[in-house]
Design a protein around this ligand. Structure first.
Ligand code: 13P
Length: 258
């Protein structure tokens, strides 16, 4: 049995203003029982404009959820109009930051080197980095998916330093499964997660590889969460579309009793 604490994270992407965000978290919490929070980390990653509102709600209502951000800048401060630093996020009690999501790699030309620098900034600010990796459909069709993902992983986490390996989370999100309704089969997801864990042992060491959590993301729904989390090397899920529905996300988080 793994001792890794499962982590289920909601990536709201560019949906929900701060008022809608408060409502969504309240509705989500309403569906949960205390036991649903036990033994797992539940992370909400709203857009930047809603971080403060969600943080205030989490504190005021003592909700056992953690705040996450969807992006961060590499530098600590500077003349970077429109950017947000890791220290600013940490000050807001942000616990987790997504880095290298495929949408940012694709639309914002984030390279592995940028992702690496962002992860470094997140860890240095005392937060947890969720480093996203995943192959395109063509890579999988060419049976090249494992190499592509491991190369991405290697370059994205190279020389990261942490005292607690829990600070680093890897999210495996096959790009073709995002928002498409297609999920990798649980066996495919496990095959990749296991390859990622072996690679982490090479990059860091076996103890770190055993402690780093690996999430699956890509069309995670209430109907498939159980088979995904049943896999040995999958320690959680990164949920997009289904996290925008309080009912669906609650069904995902409460999968152990439903
Ligand atoms: P979907 O759950 O909508 O497929 O999105 C996955 C994702 O990109 C989470 O980061």
């Amino acid at each position: 049995m793994s001792t890794r604490t499962p982590i289920i994270a909601a990536n709201w992407k560019m949906y929900k203003d701060h008022l809608e965000a408060i409502q969504l978290v309240q509705q989500f919490a309403y569906h949960l029982k205390e036991e649903d929070y036990d033994g797992q980390h539940i992370v909400i990653c709203p857009p930047f404009t809603a971080l403060r509102s969600v943080q205030t709600l989490i504190h005021a209502d003592k909700l056992p959820m953690l705040l996450g951000a969807q992006n961060v800048h590499t530098d600590a401060s500077g003349a970077f109009t429109g950017e947000i630093s890791a220290a600013m996020l940490a000050r807001l009690d942000t616990a987790y930051v997504l880095v290298g999501h495929s949408e940012r790699r694709m639309y914002n030309a984030e390279t592995d080197a940028v992702v690496n620098a962002k992860a470094r900034a997140v860890l240095a600010a005392g937060m947890h980095a969720i480093v996203c990796v995943g192959e395109m459909l063509d890579d999988r069709r060419a049976n090249n998916h494992i190499k592509v993902v491991l190369d991405q992983l290697h370059a994205s986490v190279a020389q990261l330093s942490f005292t607690d390996p829990e600070a680093l989370v890897i999210a495996y999100e096959p790009v073709w499964a995002i928002g498409s309704g297609e999920t990798a089969t649980s066996q495919d997801a496990q095959e990749m997660a296991s390859a990622i864990r072996s690679e982490l042992a090479q990059i860091f060491d076996q103890a770190a590889a055993d402690a780093i959590r690996i999430q699956y993301g890509g069309s995670v729904k209430p109907g498939n969460i159980r088979s995904i989390l049943a896999q040995d090397d999958i320690d959680g899920a990164l949920v997009g579309g289904a996290s925008l529905s309080a009912e669906d996300f609650a069904l995902i988080v409460a999968h152990r009793r439903l």
